[in-house]
Design a protein around this ligand. Structure first.
Ligand SMILES: C[S@@+](CC[C@H](N)C(=O)[O-])C[C@H]1O[C@@H](n2cnc3c(N)ncnc32)[C@H](O)[C@@H]1O
Length: 191
């Protein structure tokens, strides 16, 4: 029996074979590359077609890409092979994952919200390692499950004990319809 998230996301990725080519790395990452430590090991969590992971790999990072949807990872793998980038891929349910302690120099978490991960991130980043996080904030009128959205200021509060390098809540125009609120966070693990 496939994981329900895998079922949902594999269908989405398979129905749009050009999704990978269209995706750009997230601007939060490309415009704050200088906040990262020297290239080391990064993990791109719920990476999708991993445009941001591929971007880091092209900047001399070794990157592990994790996602529950194998079709997304296949798209990413094709691009990684074409450009001979140092990336590995694993299909994984990230709802309650285990990550090795003090192992990563950077963690990317774009548009995936599983709150139990936050403590895992705190343990698995090396001292001085950096977390990039961006996803939607719940607003009145949104009919989707509020658990899938951040509350205003929730992300900043969760990482108050770390060095916050960037925190911003802003309106982000989405491909089609109306403006949506997002939160962006960059934090550094204590040295
Ligand atoms: C909105 S997409 C974001 C993809 C990518 N991080 C980006 O920003 O382009 C959400 C991703 O979360 C993945 N996902 C959903 N549920 C998951 C789970 N339980 N475990 C791992 N990945 C999951 C989906 O397959 C999808 O690729």
């Amino acid at each position: 029996m496939p994981h329900p998230d895998a079922l949902k996301w594999n269908t989405r990725y398979s129905s749009d074979p050009h999704r990978s080519e269209q995706k750009r790395p997230h601007a939060l990452l490309t415009s704050h590359l200088h906040l990262l430590p020297a290239p080391g090991l990064a993990v791109d969590m719920a990476c999708g077609t991993s445009a941001s992971g591929l971007f880091l790999a092209a900047h001399k990072w070794q990157v592990i890409c994790l996602d529950v949807a194998e079709s997304a990872l296949r798209h990413a793998q094709v691009r990684a092979r074409k450009d001979t980038l140092p990336i590995s891929f694993a299909v994984m349910d990230l709802t309650y994952p285990w990550l090795p302690v003090s192992s990563f120099d950077a963690i990317l978490n774009f548009y995936y919200l599983a709150r139990p991960l936050w403590e895992t991130y705190k343990k698995s980043l090396k001292p001085g390692g950096v977390l990039f996080f961006e996803t939607y904030v719940w607003q009145p009128g949104i009919e989707m499950n509020p658990a899938h959205y951040l509350q205003p200021d929730e992300l900043r509060q969760a990482f108050m004990d770390w060095e916050i390098l960037h925190y911003h809540e802003l309106n982000c125009p989405r491909s089609s319809d109306k403006l949506r609120q997002i939160a962006q966070l960059i934090v550094r693990a204590p040295i």
